[in-house]
Design a protein around this ligand. Structure first.
Ligand code: DGY
Length: 326
């Protein structure tokens, strides 16, 4: 029997590919850029499984090209907002993802951004690179303190909580806003629940950890950003579309907030001439919060594991839409 055909939309860890090749005929997209739509349409029509990245737009049209024996869309990420989950579910196609494994690396990176924006690390480094090393001075490159400050976490899921746990080491007051209140976690980690408005108006650092969906699209906009303190910083490692980029640009321009540190943006990549890129109080990194060597290897392995289960007609272990098995 010929091996089932699988399309992988980017080069991934070789050990994961090797595992995949043991039971499938896997084709790997060789470029750094995502495959264009026509390639996705073609590959979905001609394979039984596709391993996707968050930069692949797997919309209704793409999903509907999948043949009736199509087994899985396996995303190498925890977020699946690039996939039309409703269309896949209607077609009883399971969607795999890679939760948990990237939680700690994303929380670590959130703290890299918080520390860097508060203490002007990127700005200082740029100056030194440009040959500007001002003599030590009482007013040179002053920033904000983390120790004892107030951190507001919007979205207390896995990553939000991992960020909160780390805040205890900085003796911070930790506030959170979430769809559902979590009394056990409040007690265990000394967290305080606040409405979003309250959280925005009290926090020194506001860190976003919600999934992107209709209710979180532009959650931070002209109206909500107004609640933030002038001395506060906005951090986003979740998804770019959670912040209205125009509202943020205006807030930075008008000094409504002290700064922002963003690992995600809308669109990605950011336009080279975007005004935020010339603001010293804005740090932008290219969506790398989960990018540690061991984590990316594990993510690839999990995405492949999901495919192996699906190709053997078993329910997949890390499933976004388990309802397809009912
Ligand atoms: C995810 O998995 O959704 C992250 O954004 C990847 O870095």
């Amino acid at each position: 029997m010929p091996k089932p055909k699988v399309f992988v939309t980017r080069k991934i860890n070789p050990s994961a590919i090797e595992k995949l090749q043991s039971i499938a005929d896997a084709e790997i997209w060789p470029n750094e850029n995502p495959p264009p739509k026509e390639i996705l349409l073609e590959k979905f029509a001609a394979t039984q499984a596709v391993l996707t990245m968050l930069t692949d737009s797997v919309d209704h049209e793409v999903i509907n090209r999948a043949p009736s024996n199509f087994k899985i869309i396996s995303q190498m990420a925890v977020g699946t907002d690039n996939i039309d989950v409703t269309s896949a579910t209607k077609r009883k196609i399971p969607i795999g993802h890679t939760p948990d494994v990237l939680t700690e690396s994303c929380a670590d990176f959130t703290w890299a951004l918080i520390t860097a924006i508060a203490r002007r690390v990127s700005e200082s480094h740029q100056e030194v690179r440009q040959g500007i090393w001002l003599p030590w001075g009482p007013d040179v490159l002053l920033g904000a303190d983390l120790f004892g400050a107030t951190l507001g976490i919007i979205g207390l899921g896995r990553i939000g909580l991992a960020v909160a746990r780390r805040a205890l080491g900085f003796n911070m007051k930790v506030l959170y806003f979430s769809k559902t209140r979590k009394p056990d976690l409040e007690t265990k980690y000394n967290l305080q629940y606040r409405s979003m408005e309250e959280l925005l108006s009290i926090s020194d650092f506001v860190s976003l950890h919600v999934n992107l969906n209709q209710s979180t699209h532009h959650l931070i906009n002209t109206d909500t950003i107004k609640f933030m303190k002038k001395s506060a910083y906005l951090i986003n490692i979740a998804r770019g579309k959670i912040i209205d980029p125009k509202a943020l640009t205006q807030a930075i321009h008008n000094k409504q907030i002290a700064g922002a540190a963003l690992d995600v943006f809308d669109p990605e990549p950011i336009q080279q001439n975007h005004p935020l890129l010339s603001c010293p109080n804005v740090i932008i990194t290219p969506h790398i919060a989960s990018a540690s060597i061991p984590v990316r290897k594990k993510m690839a392995e999990m995405a492949v594991e999901n495919i192996l289960f699906a190709l053997q007609n078993n329910p997949i272990p890390y499933c976004v839409n388990p309802i397809v098995y009912q």
